[in-house]
Every structure is written in structure tokens, then in C-alpha cells.
Design a protein around this ligand. Structure first.
Ligand code: TPP
Ligand code: MG
Length: 619
């Protein structure tokens, strides 16, 4: 056996740059490089390995959490066929990545997390940044990654890398198991050399499988569909990741079954397709919710049925409702005691189409869906209409950005009141045009994720839409965008606080307590003073961005046109109304105080009890 004497850091980088994926005959390198921030726990081992391999590019970021956001956004745009390795030092650099790891795992997106770890040799413990434990020496802060990782390992001896790396790749490239994979590397082991077998570094191609459905399950699915009068499809992220959107369109046209879309599934059909009822669930359209409410059969494709999709289990009110779940992950296909069809979405829909060639829902049902699609489009026109009132409403801003964005351009967002508005309103044409991280709804995802999205799709304009709260939580990656010459357009909506949690607070009787960015008022002792003097435009400018300050919709439209011509990351700021929101059409459960001295809370509790009556189990 030929061997190669390398450090763990060198061997790791060499291995990573030789990993490829192949799906449908198309081959691509799996890793686009490495993101991270050096510290004493990674600089000598992996850091040195990276320096020796400049063809595996290292990108310096400003916060380790943001590194993971960049990787997640990249993986999402690549339909999980590519990602980054994210490295950190030991201690705080490592724990900064835990939020990112959770975000990746929850959204079923692959990211390789490589935190430095404390000396395996232990003789110098406790080292700087070490968590000491009185009951075990086999614990470090990196154990915190265990519940948020789909695979977790610590390399305590160099040769362990040889058996761990194939497992890392198996999980990252598995459509059903993917998520964050953590490989903790003790700082001494990283720098130790070993005679690694040459074969470890040969080019390796991981085939992304398209598992076919079980014949009996498929037959049963056909029987259920044939017996259904009011079937509805819920298209989740799996439809897009599997590149099943064309087949879904054919199936919808062949059978007349209407389609609704989750956050991750939005874009499964173009917004103006007559079978597209649009957003489903808590942030759904009236049409989508009316149809799911009455459906006798829900066909969930690639959805994990989050509470936003099920309107906290109130979305399906037909007493005879049944579920067929087409999902590559058995974990998801069994939800709601469905008929599980564990398979890749695209091949499954292809096979299903062939077996349903004589099935079609009634013309009335098809017409009702087309009417709902049209009615909602007219409503969006109304909501997008410019009122001329200053400060502008958020919906007017969404309208202006939507109008400016080309059919292949991307809107990107994660938390606040924007996700719900975008889910309902945004007119998506291209399957990759709507990028919402709404599995973890991580504040601070946006500015960093914009970079990852642009790296994955350099030929698309990326419109990052972000509220002031999200922006203040993590705007630092603007510096990284400037460093890398990456251009995104960040539309920053400033309503001086939390429009989203403020409205939620009001709905549960808590009167927007603690949701506005205000000075502490010395008289009341509360945060009820004047608005804070924060200048977000100046902040963005100081980080190197091109900044345009808009005041109304006209100046916003001009700014968007100018931003399109720019090659530098551009931040457009605009003040928006904190209170004016878009109406909702379904419920979302947030628990309300059962006892309270406050009247508004007491009333909210009564409403809450009423809403809960519609919650159902699906057995
Ligand atoms: C890391 C994190 N902390 C807290 C929350 C809860 N949260 C959701 S939205 C939001 C406020 C967002 O503020 P902003 O970006 O200004 O958007 P707006 O609500 O004004 O639309 C908060 C605190 C979260 N989702 N993520
Ligand atoms: Mg805000």
C-alpha cells in the first residue's frame, strides 16, 4: 500500500478537494472551498493545510455563525449538490457555529462543520477557552454540536480520519439524512503526521440517488387518488431540491390537482399557473387555505409539515382527510399517519403520472382553483399599490422589489414580518427565485446568506430583504462581500423595532412590550422614550457598501434600478411603517397566559381557547 506522510490538516484538505457528486449524469465538485476564522485552535493544523492547497479556496468571514449561513445558502441554491466546509478555532469560535449547524440540520441542508478542539493529549489542560468538567475529561464545548448534527465525530488519533471521512460524505450527500456534519479536530491532532494511504486522496464521486417508490405503496397511492374528489398537493422544499418542478407541472395539468406551496416549496409552480394556489398555512393565501381546509386528500411532496404549513394543525378540517406523503426521508413520509411513499420526488411523480392517465378532478374543481389563483393575483395588485403615504408600508416595498426583479432573480430572507409577507405576495416564476430560510428563521441569516446565494448563482441578481432587527444582529458579512467582490442588493427596511413580534405581542395581549428600539424613559423606567439615533445607512457605508437612501416608493424604484447596474454590494435603506401589516388568513399557535391581571391578555386567552378547538390529530 502506497502511503503519503501528511498532517491531519493537510490530509483533510486534500480529501475534501477530491470529493465530487453526480446526479442525472452531471458531475460537480461537492465543496466550493472553506469558510472561517483562524484562531490558535485551527491555524497550525487545518490552517497550514489550506495554505498548502490554494486550489481549495479559503474565505475569511467575520463571524463563524455567518460562515455557516453562507454555506447553507450556497447549498440551498445548489439543490444540496454542493456546500462549504466551515472551520473555527476552539471555544467561542466553535460555539458560534452551533446556531448555524441547527439551521442547516432543520432545513435539511448539507454543511461540514470543523471546529477546533482541546488538546487530545490533555497534559496542558486546562487550555485557553477550555470548558472543564468535574466528571469527565472527555468533554469539550464541541459536544454541544451533537443534537444539532446528523453525524458527529472527534478525531483523537490521526488514523481515525480514514474511517471518519467516508461517513462524513455519506451523510452530507444523502438526500434523506443530510444536515450539519460536525468533525471536531483537537488542536494537537490536527498538526500530527501519519502515513495516510494514497487511495484516500483519489477522486471520489458520490452518486446522489433517486430512490424509486415501493410498488405496493404506489399502487395504494393511486387508489387513494382515484377515490378522491378534492385532492390538494402541498409542495415542499423536496420538490425543488429534487428538480421535480416540471414533472409536478405536468401532473397538475394532467390531473387538475391544485398545488399549494410551503416556504421552502415556493416556486414549485410559477405564481400565475392556474393550478397554483400559492402559499399554504399560517402565512397562506385565502385560496390555498380554503382548499386545504376542505381537501379529502392531501398529497404532501417533500414537506416536513412545520406548524406554519399546518396552521398549527388547524389547516385540514375535512373529517375524512387522508394524507399521502411522498418524501425521500421516511421520517417525513410517515407524518400525519399518512400513506408513506418514501422516494425521490421526481421519479415518484413520473411514475405516478403514468398510473393516473385516466384520472382527472372535476372541471368545477379546476375552475375554482383557477378563480382562486386569479383572485389572489388581483389582491396582490391591490396590496402592492402605492398609497403615497410616508413612511411607506412594507408591502409597497415588497411590490417595488418584486417589480424590479427579473424572472430568474432571487429574493432572500429569513426572519421578521417579511417572510410571511413574501410567502403570500411574492410572484415567483423560477424554482430558485424564492430563498426563504424559514425552518429555523434565524435572525441575521440574510446578509451572510446573500453571499452564499450569489456564489452559487453568479448569473442571478440576489435581493436580500432584511428588517432593521435582523440587520443589526449580523451585518458584518458586508465586509466579506466587499473583500470577495461579490455583489448583492440588500434592501434594508427600518421600522425601528420588531414589526413581527410587536404584532404578535399585540395579538396575545402584551401591547408590543419590549419590541421597539427606544431609549429607556427615566419616568416610566421602560423602553418607551424617543426613537434611538441609529443611522443604518451610515453603518452600511462604513463597512464598504455602496449605499442609497430611499424615502418613498419612487426613490426606492430609482435606487433599485441603480443597484442593478452596480457591481458592488449595495444597501438600499428605507423607513417603513411599524404597524401597517398584511392581513393573515390562518392561525398560528403561540401560547397565551392562562391567568393575567391585564384585560387585553384575558381577552386574547379567550380567543386562543376558541382557536385551539380547531386543532386536530391525524391518526
Ligand atoms: C436569533 C433570533 N432571535 C430572536 C428571534 C425572534 N424574532 C423573530 S423576528 C424578530 C424581530 C425581527 O426584527 P426586524 O428584522 O426588524 O423585522 P420586523 O419584525 O420589524 O419585520 C425576532 C426578535 C429569531 N427569529 N431569531
Ligand atoms: Mg424591524
Amino acid at each position: 500500500m502506497k502511503t503519503n506522510k501528511l498532517t491531519v490538516g493537510q490530509a483533510l484538505v486534500r480529501f475534501l478537494k477530491n470529493q465530487y457528486v453526480e446526479r442525472d449524469g452531471v458531475e460537480n465538485p461537492f465543496f466550493a472551498g472553506c469558510l472561517g476564522i483562524f484562531g490558535h485552535g485551527i491555524v497550525a493544523g487545518v490552517g497550514e493545510g489550506l495554505m498548502e492547497n490554494p486550489d481549495f479556496r479559503y474565505y475569511m468571514t467575520r463571524n463563524e455563525q455567518a460562515s455557516v449561513h453562507i454555506a447553507i445558502a450556497y447549498a440551498k441554491m445548489k439543490n444540496r449538490l454542493g456546500t462549504f466546509a466551515c472551520i473555527s478555532s476552539i471555544g467561542p469560535g466553535a460555539t458560534n457555529m452551533i446556531t448555524g449547524a441547527a439551521c442547516a440540520t432543520i432545513n435539511r441542508l448539507p454543511v461540514l462543520i470543523i471546529p477546533g478542539d482541546i488538546f487530545a493529549r490533555r497534559n496542558v489542560a486546562p487550555v485557553l477557552q477550555q470548558l472543564e468538567s468535574s466528571y469527565s475529561q472527555d468533554i469539550s464545548v464541541n459536544d454541544c454540536f451533537k443534537p444539532v448534527s446528523k453525524y458527529w465525530d472527534r478525531i483523537s488519533r490521526p488514523e481515525q480520519l480514514i474511517t471518519s471521512l467516508p461517513e462524513v460524505m455519506r451523510v452530507l450527500t444523502s438526500p434523506s439524512d443530510t444536515g450539519a456534519v460536525t468533525l471536531a479536530l483537537p488542536q494537537d491532532v490536527q498538526a500530527e503526521a501519519f502515513d495516510f494511504p494514497e487511495e484516500l486522496f483519489l477522486k471520489r464521486i458520490w452518486r446522489i440517488e433517486r430512490p424509486r417508490p415501493d410498488t405496493a405503496a404506489l399502487r395504494e397511492a393511486v387508489r387513494l387518488i382515484r377515490n378522491s374528489k378534492k385532492p390538494v398537493i402541498i409542495a415542499g422544499g423536496g420538490v425543488i431540491y429534487s428538480e421535480a418542478t416540471e414533472v409536478l407541472k405536468d401532473l397538475a395539468e394532467q390531473t387538475g390537482i391544485p398545488v399549494t406551496e410551503t416556504f421552502a416549496g415556493k416556486g414549485s409552480l410559477p405564481y400565475n399557473h392556474p393550478s397554483n394556489l400559492g402559499a399554504v398555512g399560517a402565512t397562506g393565501t385565502p385560496g390555498a387555505n380554503e382548499f386545504t381546509n376542505q381537501a379529502d386528500l392531501i398529497i404532501g411532496i417533500g414537506t416536513r409539515y412545520s406548524d406554519f404549513t399546518t396552521a398549527s394543525k388547524t389547516a385540514f378540517q375535512n373529517p375524512d382527510v387522508k394524507f399521502i406523503n411522498i418524501n425521500v426521508a421516511g421520517f417525513d413520509s410517515f407524518k400525519h399517519c399518512a400513506l408513506p411513499v418514501t422516494a425521490d420526488a421526481r421519479v415518484c411523480l413520473e411514475e405516478l403520472s403514468g398510473l393516473l392517465d385516466d384520472y382527472r378532478v372535476s372541471n368545477d374543481y379546476i375552475q375554482l382553483a383557477a378563480n382562486a389563483n386569479k383572485a389572489w393575483d388581483e389582491k396582490v395588485n391591490e396590496i402592492y399599490k402605492v398609497s403615497g403615504v410616508i413612511p411607506v408600508s412594507q408591502a409597497e416595498v415588497v411590490g417595488a422589489v418584486n417589480e424590479c426583479a427579473g424572472p430568474r432573480d432571487v429574493v432572500l430572507c429569513a426572519a421578521g414580518s417579511l417572510p410571511g409577507d413574501l410567502h403570500k405576495l411574492w410572484r415567483t416564476i423560477d424554482p430558485k427565485g424564492f430563498h426563504l430560510e424559514y425552518g429555523y428563521s434565524t435572525m441575521g441569516y440574510e446578509c451572510a446568506a446573500g453571499i452564499g446565494a450569489k456564489m452559487a448563482c453568479p448569473d442571478r441578481e440576489i435581493f436580500v430583504m432584511v428588517g432593521d432587527g435582523n440587520y443589526l444582529m449580523m451585518n458584518n458579512e458586508i465586509v466579506t462581500a466587499i473583500q470577495e467582490g461579490i455583489k448583492v442588493t440588500i434592501v434594508l427596511l427600518n421600522n425601528n423595532g420588531f414589526g413581527s413580534i410587536g404584532a404578535l405581542s399585540e395579538s396575545i395581549g402584551s401591547k408590543r412590550f419590549g419590541t421597539k428600539y427606544r431609549y429607556r424613559d427615566q419616568k416610566t423606567g421602560q423602553l418607551t422614550g424617543e426613537t434611538l439615533p441609529v443611522n443604518l445607512a451610515q453603518n452600511a457605508r462604513s463597512l464598504g457598501a455602496n449605499v442609497i437612501e430611499a424615502t418613498d416608493i419612487d426613490s426606492l424604484k430609482q435606487a433599485l434600478t441603480k443597484a442593478k447596474e452596480q457591481s458592488v454590494t449595495t444597501v438600499i435603506t428605507i423607513e417603513t411603517d411599524l404597524i401597517k401589516g398584511v392581513q393573515g388568513y390562518a392561525w398560528w399557535e403561540v401560547a397565551v397566559a392562562e391567568v393575567s391581571e391585564i384585560d387585553t391578555v384575558k381577552r386574547a386567552y379567550q380567543n386562543y381557547k376558541e382557536s385551539k378547538k380547531k386543532q386536530r390529530y391525524f391518526l
